[in-house]
Write a new protein. Structure first.
Length: 279
């Protein structure tokens, strides 16, 4: 991948995400990494309220120096693992979304790496507000990393697909770029809700799926039921899956997992990284 942006607030969940990035760097060749910290987050508090934006909190020179020092350490740690990678590290007073948009003006962002857990309960039972924001915006490929020890080497991938309108959403080129990057064993699981499509539509979407992905030599499976979270978790455990790849749509089953009312449940059940692709 050309450019990866790693988001950090120097929290424990962010450290787990960075460990995963280091593992990816050992496994593959990454050309460019941008380590980014937003000063809009300070003492675990976000300064955005409602429809207006408060000025960011004032920080003295010692606090700025602390942020700069932490970023330098992360940069050097990554360079020690992957010396051929171009690594940049910076901070600003923009919100995370604004900061990423600023980066995207000069870089083509292939992937954003972020910790999955939030900090409101010690990072144990909820998805962070920044992560939810990025998921709901759904403008970039996201690697969402839960707390893991040790970080995963990616060998087995589970691609969870909803066959409904798949032709319009499946990013085939991106999937093959991921394959070239990681050299994965693929499991493709259809998680369509039974009865939502006609037989003709189902056959057409299945044909497109096989035509698009058969050269990866994946195993295909079909899951049906109400509790897809638990079913996917069980499948991942049974097949030693290292990464869950999804292509959610606004009204798709996976998108609903990340709504605020469901975020705690998803965070509790997620034990492996989730790679969320943009159609």
């Amino acid at each position: 991948m050309e450019t990866i942006v790693f988001l950090t607030d120097f929290s424990v969940p962010a450290r787990h995400a960075f460990n995963q990035l280091l593992t990816v760097a050992k496994q593959t060749k990454i050309k460019n990494v941008i380590i980014y910290h937003s000063l809009a987050y300070f003492n675990n508090g976000f300064y955005s309220t409602g429809d207006f934006m408060l000025p960011p909190p004032l920080m003295d020179e010692a606090e700025i120096a602390d942020v700069s020092g932490k970023l330098r350490l992360l940069k050097q740690e990554l360079l020690n693992i992957s010396p051929m990678t171009e690594v940049g590290a910076h901070y600003d007073k923009l919100t995370v979304k604004e900061g990423i948009l600023r980066i995207s003006e000069s870089e083509i962002i292939d992937l954003i790496v972020v910790g999955l857990r939030g900090s409101d309960d010690g990072g144990k039972n909820s998805i962070g507000s920044t992560t939810i924001d990025l998921i709901q915006t759904h403008a970039y490929n996201l690697l969402l990393v839960p707390e893991m020890n040790p970080a995963h080497v990616y060998r087995n991938a589970l691609l969870a697909v909803d066959l409904s309108h798949l032709r319009e959403r499946l990013p085939v080129k991106t999937i093959f770029r991921i394959q070239k990057f990681f050299n994965l064993n693929w499991h493709v699981v259809n998680v369509s809700v039974q009865g939502k499509q006609s037989a003709a539509e189902l056959i057409e979407e299945q044909s497109f799926l096989h035509t698009s992905l058969d050269s990866l030599e994946p195993s295909y499976s079909y899951l049906e039921g109400e509790n897809m979270i638990e079913m996917l978790s069980s499948y991942a455990e049974d097949h030693e899956i290292d990464i869950l790849v999804t292509v959610p749509r606004k009204l798709g089953f996976l998108a609903t997992f990340f709504q605020k009312r469901a975020s705690k449940k998803m965070a509790v059940h997620t034990k492996i990284p989730i790679l969320m692709l943009v159609p």
